[in-house]
Design a binder for this molecule. Structure first.
Ligand code: PLP
Length: 499
């Protein structure tokens, strides 16, 4: 029907589909995806580790001059992706901090793209913007933060932390930094973070004009927790030297070992010193929803801002992150400009125009997958899943601890760190064990059976399993020590042979 209309009015619409065409393509694709989910445990976790091979699979590198039939395109790209991706949804994927993605999230992204709401301006996305507002409030509620906070969805933990950094900079500078930048005062803006803080802070300090030397990396104790007294001394010394301390970042679950800073003490220090207290909870914030979580983590409720990452421990498909600010106006204060091509009618009741609250202008409907996930699982469903991840990480830690060929390092939240140590070989140097574990891990990551990543602590190269994966079960955990030990023995033989 639509096709006939087009013939009368022959405009070019190279990308349009009729409803029937869309239906047929969509049904076929959904069937393929359902089969993919079902087959995940049996699939090699990864196969494509050689860029040249992948480029070859992808075929011609020229921009096509002529179009192709969508059915052919989907039939081509679907198996290519299924067969040559790294499957972080595999039950034995425990690398980095990347979760299995909730299947409902995939449908949510499809639906969001179909509606194509633009969450920059409320009028362009009435229901969607209200869903984002509700999602922000629910996330705050879930982690125990005040629900009358400000906040918005961001692409990832980096961007969520970044937005908080800018808000802190605006809130704590006594001059008009939005007009004069860092030139408004000779004092050097200075931020305080622990040695374990994620690399986002370097990018933020760089882009925000502080420069990397505007960051003070404060020493940690033997467990990797920031030394609060060292921080206090550094702030005093810096004030003395003519700097302007403005921000302390506490980590709620560090990226390498899951360590939690003493957030309550940091909050008190920030109150005493009039500094902005930000908590990077990109990994660990959802664990604050468990009543049995350490008080140090649950103290994130005292922060001026919190970054969290639903695409990590809330199992949403990438991209989905969120930043929360205690002061509901903090983001608008930091980001709002009002150009005259947007209509502002003071007489009208309006919702939030999110473009004023962050760095993006046009904004996608990331909130939908998070909102649906929160409704599908409910608070209780999420608590149970997170608790299971923690229990399984502990189980893995206990299993490797009971195995003669492993040395354990630490277990925090759902991250277990340990290393392979070959038996009966007399004392081996740390250098050799580092080389051995690195070789073991390289073999594992290209082998396709299981996937861990690494941490380097006090010069020791460790294997690191992070479980934020609702598909991982006890049987997967119990199989792990022997699988890793076999790789370790083989790597040890190879290294010995090459000596
Ligand atoms: C993962 C992580 C980040 C970065 O988050 P992305 O979503 O990868 O951008 C920042 N901080 C911590 C503690 C993290 O674990």
């Amino acid at each position: 029907m639509a096709r006939e209309k087009k013939a009368e009015n022959p405009r070019h619409a190279a990308l349009d589909l009729t409803a029937d065409e869309f239906r047929a393509l969509g049904h076929e694709l959904i069937d393929q995806i359902a089969g993919f989910y079902e087959s995940l445990p049996e699939r090699p976790l990864t196969r494509a580790t050689d860029p040249d091979h992948v480029r070859e699979l992808l075929g011609t590198s020229e921009l096509p001059e002529r179009g192709s039939a969508p059915a052919e395109l989907l039939a081509e790209i679907t198996p290519l992706l299924f067969d040559n991706s790294l499957h972080n949804g595999h039950p034995k994927f425990m690398g980095y901090i990347t979760s299995s993605a909730a299947p409902l999230g995939a449908l949510a992204d499809l639906l969001a793209a179909a509606v194509n709401a633009n969450l920059g301006k409320w009028e362009l996305s009435p229901v969607a913007s209200e869903i984002e507002t509700q999602t922000v409030r629910w996330l705050a509620d879930f982690i125990g933060y005040n629900t009358d906070c400000g906040g918005l969805m961001a692409s990832g933990g980096n961007m969520a932390n970044f937005i908080a950094f800018v808000a802190a900079r605006k809130a704590k500078t006594p001059w008009d930094i939005r007009r004069d930048g860092t030139y408004g005062d000779p004092r050097r803006l200075t931020a305080y973070v622990s040695e374990e803080t994620h690399t986002w802070v370097q990018k933020a300090a760089d882009v925000c004009g502080l420069g990397a030397t505007g960051i003070r990396w404060i020493e940690t104790d033997g467990d990797g927790r920031v030394l609060v007294e060292r921080l206090r001394e550094q702030v005093a010394a810096d004030r003395e030297a003519g700097c302007l301390p403005f921000l302390v970042v506490g980590t709620g679950g560090s990226v390498s070992t899951g360590v939690i800073d003493p957030l309550r003490q940091l909050a008190e220090l920030c109150r005493d010193e009039d500094l902005w207290f930000h908590v990077d909870g990109a990994y660990g914030a959802p664990a604050a929803a468990l009543p049995e979580s350490p008080e140090d983590l649950r103290a994130l409720r005292l922060a001026d801002s919190v970054a969290l990452d639903p695409h990590k421990w809330l199992y949403c498909p990438i991209e989905a992150a969120c930043v929360l600010t205690r002061d509901p106006d903090a983001l608008k204060d930091a980001f709002s400009f009002r150009p005259d091509y947007y209509l502002f009618d003071a007489s009208q009741a309006t919702g939030i125009d999110y473009y004023e609250h962050g760095m993006q202008n046009s904004r996608g409907f990331r909130a939908l997958k998070v909102w649906l996930a929160l409704r599908q699982a409910g608070r209780e469903g999420y608590q149970a899943s997170i608790r299971d991840d923690i229990r399984l990480a502990q189980r893995l830690f206990d299993r490797v601890g009971g195995h003669p060929e492993f040395e354990t390092h630490a277990i925090n939240l759902s991250i277990a760190t340990f290393r392979y140590v070959p038996p009966d070989d007399g004392p081996l140097t740390d250098d050799y064990l580092n080389e051995l574990n690195q070789a073991l891990l390289a073999q594992m990551q290209s082998g396709g059976e299981l996937f861990l990543s690494n941490a380097v602590i006090d010069g020791r190269y460790l294997l690191r399993a992070c479980i934020v994966n609702f598909r991982t079960a006890e049987a997967d955990i119990d199989a792990l020590p022997e699988l890793i030990a076999e790789l370790g023995r083989a790597a040890h033989r190879r290294l010995q042979g090459s000596r």
